[in-house]
Ligand binder design. Structure first.
Ligand code: SAM
Length: 283
């Protein structure tokens, strides 16, 4: 058990804050070639997956993150057919994007196959779409994938990564964004998880700078509550090639033929409204 007896505690270095979840028991613990993967049964948040001691997913609140990484981007694009997910090993984002009938093909490029295999065992509902014929799972470095993929391969790229350290650091850098720009079709868009608006405004600023330098025409950040991630408030940053991010397929969104628990047309509009400090930081 981590420090704190039967509580899981993740301390946020430099922020003087932490999150704790009451645990029932530990279900799994392994060291993969890339990271330590642990699964806990919590008292009130269902199952919890941590990677190197950091919260990735809980049963109770993952729907907010996975819906916001998927649906705003897919309803902004006119016809998202070919998608790339980088990271995303718990497969919750994959499940959300495959709810869209227009999607014909999804490459998911996750570095660590063990994250997906462990998720299949302990989070089967997140992995429900893994056997969909449109889903293509690849286990390798996403940075290399976008460097080598043919130009104009995708309508949407989703970067569902761990924090910008270790193998994920390059997923926030200028060279990676330039490769993504090349890998996208005209009017294609990229969305990447961009950490906490409260704790990581410098990172969000740097993402905007790098994405603009990579020739993306429009860049915008949306935010949403995520109570088990640092500060309880999280963000995703979108960038679009050759087109604006303003507006979305509102009618399609309202008439969507699948259930969501967080996302809807009102949330779509509200999520892009920038709080004053973030608006000023991104001027
Ligand atoms: N929802 C999570 C969050 O924001 O904390 C992210 C979840 S997902 C499990 C993140 C995945 O990114 C991990 O499984 C990790 O192995 C993968 N990853 C990290 N760096 C990568 C890279 N360079 N290429 C592909 N996948 C990578």
């Amino acid at each position: 058990m981590p420090p704190g007896g039967d509580w899981y505690t993740e301390e946020w270095a430099g922020q003087g804050s932490a999150i704790s979840l009451k645990l029932a028991r530990k279900l799994h613990d392994e060291q993969s070639p890339y990271q330590r993967i642990e699964i806990f049964e919590t008292a009130t948040f269902g199952r919890l997956m941590t990677l190197d001691g950091l919260v990735m997913v809980t049963d109770r609140d993952n729907f907010v993150y996975h819906e916001m990484m998927s649906h705003p981007a897919l309803y902004t694009h006119d016809r998202p057919r070919r998608l790339l997910i980088i990271g995303g090993g718990d497969c919750g984002t994959l499940r959300e994007v495959l709810k869209h009938d227009e999607v014909e093909h999804v490459d998911q490029v996750e570095l660590d196959e063990r994250v997906t295999r462990v998720s299949e065992q302990f989070f089967p509902e997140l992995c429900a779409a893994n056997t969909d014929a449109r889903a293509h799972l690849h286990f390798q470095d996403g940075i290399r994938w976008v460097k080598e993929v043919a130009p104009a391969s995708y309508d949407v790229i989703i970067v569902d990564s761990t924090d910008p350290v270790g193998p994920a650091a390059g997923l926030f850098g200028p060279a990676f964004y330039a490769d993504c720009h090349r890998a996208l079709k005209p009017e294609g868009l990229i969305v990447g998880q961009s950490e906490s608006p409260l704790f990581h405004v410098d990172l969000i600023q740097a993402m905007h700078t790098h994405l603009r330098a990579a020739d993306f025409l429009d860049v915008a950040t949306l935010s949403f509550p995520q109570c088990t991630y640092p500060s309880g408030w999280w963000s995703a940053t979108l960038a679009r090639k050759d087109a604006t991010l303003a507006g979305f397929r509102e009618e399609d969104c309202r008439d969507r033929p699948f259930a969501t628990r967080y996302y809807n047309d009102g949330i779509h509009r509200a999520a892009f409204a920038a709080p004053e400090f973030l608006f000023k930081a991104l001027l």
